[in-house]
Design a protein around this ligand. Sequence first.
Ligand code: SF4
Ligand code: SF4
Length: 204
Amino acid sequence: MPKRQKDIGLVDKIFLIAAIKGVALLFKRFIRNLFEAILVELGFRKRGQHIVTVQYPDDILPYPLRYRGRHRLTLDDEGRIKCTSCFLCATACPAKCIYIEPAEHPNPSIEKFPHRYEIDTLLCIYCGFCVEACPVDAIRMDTGIHPHVYPTNPNFFIEDKETLLKRSLLMRKFSKSELIESHLKKIRDYETNNASFTHNFETG
Ligand code: SF4
Ligand code: SF4
């Protein structure tokens, strides 16, 4: 028998007692946090160590160095899409959320390009396997931008080729921190003014 199972006492094995203990702990922390929040509001204390709620988007925690961010489709030096519709990313994707429709490229030296390329970000688990699988560096997750707060319409979560390409164009024009700030501003505007969301955002 695993050690952890063995260590659970008889009292803890009775679900009701464990539930009561859980509610008691919750209540204790609620009172502690409430008391601390009142002191912070009255100016007697700086934000308490126990209150960990982050008032996003006004307040953000620093992202870890390894944070990837949303996808983008890359462009070559002449501004053409790098993707050759090889399907390796879609094949590697564990969530099966990449949809590609290939088409013949007008340039005979390039076999194919994606007529349609979409990622359903409601299904995506942001694992990065698509990036690893791509043989031509056509897809990256280096924008540093996390997903938007969308209204409850699943179609808003589908990122199309134009949205994914636009991120690469924006990254040529603006620094990553400028894009993140613009992204946060949109969320603030949305929350304060209830501004309507459209599918194509400036920061994608
Ligand atoms: S990050 Fe992972 S889940 Fe998301 S599209 Fe890429 S492979 Fe699929
Ligand atoms: S993004 Fe890369 S792996 Fe995916 S279809 Fe295009 S070239 Fe292939």
